[in-house]
Design a protein around this ligand. Structure first.
Ligand SMILES: [Zn+2]
Length: 136
């Protein structure tokens, strides 16, 4: 599964090859969540728009311009919901359109939420995925 998007007239393709990895918080690893699931979610999303974000870490391609001691990336985030730390549903899915966090939570289908940050180097197109527990 690949995901393509265009930003500033440049096309980016997110694949397994240019992914640096999926990174979780300490002790907060989600099971049942693959890169395919995440790229599939981006493909399912109808209004996925990457925007500029700045981070202190520089990409390995070493070509980003330094701006106020940070470097520009393209970022997009969405949410996933879990039960017993196992992946259940993402907020970009067709299935999620007809439900909500509160509804799924109240019937015991899910018990926690995580933010999925997709961060792309605008120069070389390498990207990483950071998943952090967060409260809805
Ligand atoms: Zn780079």
């Amino acid at each position: 599964m690949d995901y393509k998007f265009v930003y500033d007239e440049k096309e980016y393709i997110l694949t397994e090859e240019n992914c640096e990895g999926i990174f979780f918080d300490d002790e907060n690893e989600v099971t049942g969540l693959s890169l395919d699931t995440i790229l599939g979610a981006l493909n399912d999303g109808e209004e996925v728009n990457f925007s500029k974000e700045y981070y202190a870490g520089k990409c390995e391609c070493n070509t980003q311009e330094e701006i106020n001691k940070s470097y520009r990336y393209l970022e997009y985030h969405f949410y996933i919901y879990t039960k017993n730390k196992e992946y259940i549903i993402n907020t970009l899915s067709e299935e999620y359109k007809t439900t909500s966090f509160n509804r799924l939570f109240s019937i015991g289908k899910i018990d926690d939420s995580y933010i999925v940050n997709v961060t792309v180097c605008p120069n070389c197109g390498t990207y990483s995925i950071d998943i952090d527990q967060c409260t809805v």
